[in-house]
Design a protein around this ligand. Structure first.
Ligand code: CP
Ligand code: NVA
Length: 314
């Protein structure tokens, strides 16, 4: 049972709630592999608003709803009246009359917050410029599968842009006791407010949160190396400039050598080989990275079951 109506940020969850999502995700994954259906969301409909592109998020939410006995509606802002200026607060109240839950991928984080404020139904953040909680929860599940149930004391090193992924991973690590290090170029460090919040969360679990520009020190003895694109969706115009600035902030064989011998490499995908990660490292760690992509399905099924299911609903 989750104490919040929505899933907007991992910072809003307690450590117990994070663990509850992960254990239900593991249970649903085991059931799906055994061919057992679990129609927790029979008769329910999820609306999916996308203002940015998606492969994994769209397909895993849509398939996840189907597997749980419900249905999903793809709503592009090109077709919705929201794209022609209908206020968020009206759209949220109208869609609450038809749907049982809504998933939103958009630019400004406060749009999702405003939507959730006016909606009577659960709202799931499927990526904003600030956060990507569904991906970071998925990453915890993947780490548990490869490193064991106890996450406390592991070291995750995130290399690249201090972006939505860096922020949500920082929260995910803080909540579960993973020591988190972000190595970014100067001026591309994570958001200061997120850092302050994450440090407060970390104080409760004993995790450490470090931000540095020194990739070599950051990578040393890491249990998990993580990276994401240098230019996120919405930053396409900065791509050339960023490619120069981010040189050196790449997961390659030399960086991998600094990490623990059994280190995992994760990437939320889509990947730009030759930029934030080399083809050689990605292919060597393809099993972990594609397990990670698969786990979006199981983790989001757990999130939807906990937020939208009658059995689990608070
Ligand atoms: N990782 C992720 O969210 O992928 P998509 O952009 O394809 O949904
Ligand atoms: N930081 C990336 C993540 C994509 C899943 C972006 O926002 O484009």
């Amino acid at each position: 049972m989750l104490s919040c109506k929505d899933l907007l940020s991992i910072h809003d969850l307690t450590t117990d709630e994070v663990n509850e999502i992960l254990s239900l995700a593991q249970e649903l994954k085991t059931m799906q592999k055994a061919g057992i259906e679990h129609h927790i969301l029979e008769g329910k409909t999820l609306g999916m608003i996308f203002e940015k592109s998606s492969t994994r998020t769209r397909v895993s939410f849509e398939t996840g709803m189907y597997q749980l006995g419900g249905q999903a509606l793809f709503l592009s802002n090109r077709d919705l009246q929201i794209g022609r200026g209908e206020p968020i607060k009206d759209t949220a109240r109208v869609l609450s009359r038809y749907l049982d839950g809504i998933m939103i991928r958009t630019f400004a984080h406060d749009k999702v917050e405003e939507f959730a404020h006016y909606a009577d139904i659960p709202v799931i953040n499927a990526l904003t410029d600030l956060l990507h909680p569904c991906q970071a929860l998925t990453d915890l599940l993947t780490i548990k599968e490869h490193k064991g149930q106890n996450l406390k004391g592991l070291k995750m090193t995130y290399i690249g842009d201090g972006n939505n992924m860096a922020h949500s991973l920082m929260y995910a690590c803080a909540k579960t006791g993973i020591n988190f290090v972000a190595a970014t170029p100067k001026n591309y460090e994570p958001d200061t407010d997120v850092l302050v919040n994450a440090k407060a969360d970390a104080a409760e679990t004993g995790a450490t949160i470090t931000v540095t520009n020194d990739i070599t020190a950051a990578a040393k003895d890491a249990d998990i190396l993580y990276t994401d694109v240098w230019a996120s969706m919405g930053q396409e115009a900065e791509h050339t400039a960023r490619t120069k600035i981010f040189q050196g902030y790449q997961i390659n064989d030399a960086i991998l050598k600094l990490a623990d011998k059994r280190a995992m490499v994760l990437h939320c995908l889509p990947a730009h080989r030759g930029e934030e990660i080399t083809d050689s490292v990605l292919e060597k760690h393809a099993e972990e990275i594609f397990d990670e992509a698969e786990n979006r399905l199981h983790t989001q099924k757990a999130i939807m079951a906990l937020l939208m299911g009658d059995i689990y609903h608070h």
